[in-house]
Design a protein around this ligand. Structure first.
Ligand code: DAH
Length: 347
């Protein structure tokens, strides 16, 4: 029996030394120390021993068991340490390798120009307001003095939502004039930028969706001189102090008198020609149309509960894309909406 125990001890220690995984260790533990293990099998034979031999054998068995247990613990610690070392080695990160560069974006050129214009007007005391793009025909047309038969109401020009033509995608930001005036008393001084929609085919100068910036100033004693002052100040700021402007008479149903404002072409300086060729920027006109404007029509004022005898005001509406194209020297409107980063990165 003593030899048996010695044999177990020797073989166990050798086997444990070879075990390389936690599973192999557990396997050995069961085989050696478990209920059906080698030591238990030896202890079962104790009954055959004499009373003197029994405690000696018991002690020996216990010391073999203790030795195997100690070796098991020892091996377990070693295997865990080795596994951890291997994990750390395989997951090592070289913090000195340069990272993948992240390319930085920037504001869209349209947003840059819009921000510039907003800053300008806020500096002159204007408040920025926002309104719905899905608009009632009454705000988009009727209350702006645009009568039932007016061509701009045509279904071939305007996106309507229902057969009764009462709801539409706004064709201009001018309905914001009504929305502001019906809710506020003069003095009123607002700027309303936003998207507008028309049934236009996309080409170099047209898009079915584009942006306008509406301005409205109402108070006592407001004149056309105030209108010119505000707009000339804006254009000189945007296009430079030497920019040349002109006002031209025009007609809009919601202003009286009405005008359009043009800027002298920055490419041909008003001559309409570049190197003997028709100027491609202004198509030989010498001028580039920037916006429509005028003194708010008395019908529009009184329709919003503002007394036209006491108050007067001016309004203007400009195309943001057109402003951006002039400012950034962009010659095709579609580039603004394509969002090709090779184009956008130039600004
Ligand atoms: N809403 C006009 C358009 O889209 C532009 C315009 C003209 C706006 C005169 C105005 C204005 O406020 O007074 O063509």
């Amino acid at each position: 029996m003593k030899e048996q125990l010695e044999q177990i001890r020797k073989e166990a220690l050798a086997a444990l030394e070879q075990a390389a995984t936690p599973a192999a260790l557990e396997d050995l533990r069961v085989k050696l120390l478990g209920k059906k293990g080698a030591i238990t099998a030896v202890l079962k034979q104790m009954g055959k021993l004499s009373a003197e031999e029994r405690p000696v054998m018991g002690q020996l068995a216990n010391s073999v068991r203790a030795e195997i247990e100690a070796k098991l613990e020892d091996c377990k610690t070693k295997i865990h340490a080795a596994a951890l070392d291997q994990k750390l080695a395989s997951e090592a990160i070289d913090v000195t390798i340069p990272g993948d560069p992240v390319s930085m974006g920037h504001e869209h050129p349209m947003s840059q120009v819009l921000q510039e214009i907003k800053d300008m007007f806020v500096g002159m005391g204007y408040q920025i307001v926002d309104g719905p793009e899905v608009e009632l025909a009454s705000y988009n047309f009727t209350r702006l003095n645009i009568g039932e038969g007016h061509p701009s109401r045509d279904r071939s020009d305007t996106f309507y939502f229902a057969d009764d033509d009462s709801v539409l995608l706004r064709t201009q930001t001018s309905p914001m004039q009504i929305r502001v005036m019906e809710n506020a008393k003069p003095p009123i001084c607002i700027l309303a930028p936003g998207r507008v929609y028309r049934k236009d085919e996309a080409d170099a100068t047209h898009s079915p969706m584009f942006h306008q910036i509406e301005g409205l100033v109402i108070d006592e004693h407001i004149t056309m001189g105030d209108l010119k002052g505000a707009l000339v100040t804006l254009m000189k700021k945007i296009y430079g102090q030497d920019a040349v402007m002109r006002f031209r008479p025009h007609h809009f149903p919601f202003t009286e008198p009405s005008c359009e404002m043009d800027m002298q072409c920055h490419k041909c300086h008003g001559t309409g020609e570049v190197d003997g060729q028709v100027c491609s920027t202004c198509h030989g006109e010498g001028w580039i149309e920037l916006l429509g404007a005028g003194m708010v029509h008395p019908n529009v004022l009184s329709g919003c509960g503002i007394d036209p005898e006491k108050y007067s005001g001016f309004a203007f509406g400009m195309g943001l894309e057109r402003m951006a194209m002039g400012r950034m020297k962009i010659n095709d409107l579609r580039l603004i909406f394509d969002n090709d980063v090779r184009f956008l990165n130039q600004f």
